[in-house]
Design a binder for this molecule. Structure first.
Ligand code: ZN
Length: 262
């Protein structure tokens, strides 16, 4: 069997402790529901949350994670900047990142996007219809032309994200708004996917289509390489015969390999 994908599902995990509706829906947390829902032989899944030491994202955990999922909402500000830096660095080196729902305002999503990531919202439990507009994309496999969630929070445009993402899902809400609900990006060597459904008071993370998309996204975001970012000074591959005007005027002789001597 080929190597498993090491998945870490990070959840703020506070609503589940403080809100009765959420506690009842997700007694062990949304991260556990997602883990159970996408569980498969090719995935090795760990859970992490805000109140764990180092938010459950120690160097060791981050460096052994292939794909990190992120759900946060009211406590983005409690996530330590040094942990965000650690995760961001790893994304640029190759780790996949899947940001869910209200994670749009997380420090890590803003860092990888470089924009405000703001949007419009309304929480009345209206119907959401997600249109699959990129059926050939790996993330859209097994999903029909569209699927619906009976109750969701409305997230509407304008969503302040960069334009270099590939839009996989566009959603429509009963109240009339539309939203780019599934967008795939590349940052450094890492792949990033934002997927909008997942308000904590609805059973969204039990929906088979939502889980299918998340599972597909994990496999799509799996790193093909890890590479640290360096900025090396490079020897030329071919002889450079053009005299360097700066070294010539300074009386410095430069050989074809770029080595200099007075
Ligand atoms: Zn929400």
């Amino acid at each position: 069997m080929s190597k498993q994908i090491n998945v870490t599902i990070w959840n703020e995990f506070r609503h589940e402790k403080s809100n009765e509706i959420v506690k009842k829906l997700y007694p062990q947390g949304m991260h556990k529901a997602i883990a159970d829902g996408i569980s498969a032989d090719d995935l090795n899944i760990r859970l992490a949350s805000l109140d764990d030491p180092e938010h459950g994202l120690t160097e060791e955990v981050v460096n052994s994670t292939d794909v990190l999922l992120w759900w946060g909402h009211c406590h983005h500000g409690d996530v330590k900047d040094e942990i965000v830096k650690r995760v961001h660095k790893r994304v640029l080196e190759g780790m996949g990142l899947i940001v869910l729902h209200s994670g749009h305002f997380s420090k890590i999503f803003k860092a990888v996007m470089g924009t405000n990531c703001s949007l419009k919202w309304r929480e009345v439990g209206e119907k959401m219809r997600l249109w699959n507009i990129e059926p050939s994309h790996p993330i859209a496999q097994g999903i029909g032309e569209y699927f619906e969630l009976k109750n969701e929070e409305m997230y509407g445009e304008r969503f302040d994200i960069p334009q270099d993402g590939k839009i996989i899902f566009i959603s429509w809400f009963e109240g009339g708004e539309v939203f780019r609900s599934g967008v795939a990006f590349e940052r450094g060597h890492g792949k990033v996917f934002y997927f909008s459904p997942g308000h904590e008071t609805y059973p969204t993370y039990y929906d088979k289509n939502v889980l299918k998309v998340i599972g597909n996204a994990v496999r799509w975001a799996k790193p093909l390489i890890y590479q640290e970012h360096t900025a090396p000074n490079a020897k030329p591959l071919e002889a450079i015969r053009t005299p360097n005007p700066h070294t010539v005027s300074a009386g410095i002789v430069q050989d074809v390999d770029g080595n200099t001597k007075k």
